[in-house]
Design a protein around this ligand. Structure first.
Ligand SMILES: [Zn+2]
Length: 205
């Protein structure tokens, strides 16, 4: 096991322990950072136990989408003080392929938040933003993005399942928007997302 994997497992265990009712000071002490070197950008990826909790909610939303016959993607918008302001999941089953949760959250933010509030907010999502959603995120001036699984992983999974690539290229967020802190993927959660996609395409066959 690599040092990196051990650190990551430590973060997962700490997050679980927090949910078992540890006092606040222990939760703060247990705030373990998962750091990895982003090979392309040289940026450290930092995932806290609170991030993991929010990402797990995104995966629940992705499961809800799947149960409704939609592609399994889910996202939430969290304010600077940690309040979940809005959440959504994919709604493309009706044929409108712009109905992604990250796009809906960007529009919600534009309608309901000041520019400063948007800048301080974080969007959590089960899968990295597509270029349309990354652009919407950038245009409305939202802050940090945290994702469980990357677009690169999705492309690989679709190829493994013999599903053709999407018409819109799966570019990394950093190739679409500037000046946005992006953290992810998180290996254990990405595996959960992969299983949801497997189930989605298995149902279609
Ligand atoms: Zn999208």
């Amino acid at each position: 096991m690599t040092g990196l994997t051990q650190t990551y497992l430590g973060a997962i265990i700490a997050a679980r322990d927090c949910e078992l009712g540890w006092p606040l000071e222990h939760i703060n002490m247990a705030l373990v950072f998962f750091k990895a070197q982003n090979a392309k950008k040289g940026n450290a990826i930092v995932i806290t136990s609170l991030d993991l909790k929010h990402l797990r909610r995104c995966i629940q939303l992705a499961e809800m989408a799947l149960q409704k016959g939609d592609q399994p993607f889910g996202s939430i918008l969290v304010s600077a003080d940690g309040e979940i302001l809005a959440e959504d999941h994919n709604r493309v089953a009706g044929g409108d392929h712009t109905q992604h949760p990250e796009f809906a959250l960007a529009r919600w933010a534009a309608a309901n938040m000041t520019p400063e509030e948007r800048k301080q907010a974080t969007v959590y999502t089960s899968g990295e933003h597509c270029p349309m959603c990354a652009a919407a995120h950038g245009w409305v001036g939202l802050g940090r993005i945290v994702y469980a699984s990357s677009s690169e992983q999705l492309v690989r999974w679709l190829a493994e399942m013999d599903v053709g690539p999407s018409r819109v290229r799966n570019l990394p967020i950093h190739e679409v928007i500037r000046d946005t802190r992006v953290d992810g993927p998180v290996p254990e959660l990405a595996e959960q997302v992969r299983r949801l996609h497997l189930e989605f395409y298995a149902r279609k066959r």
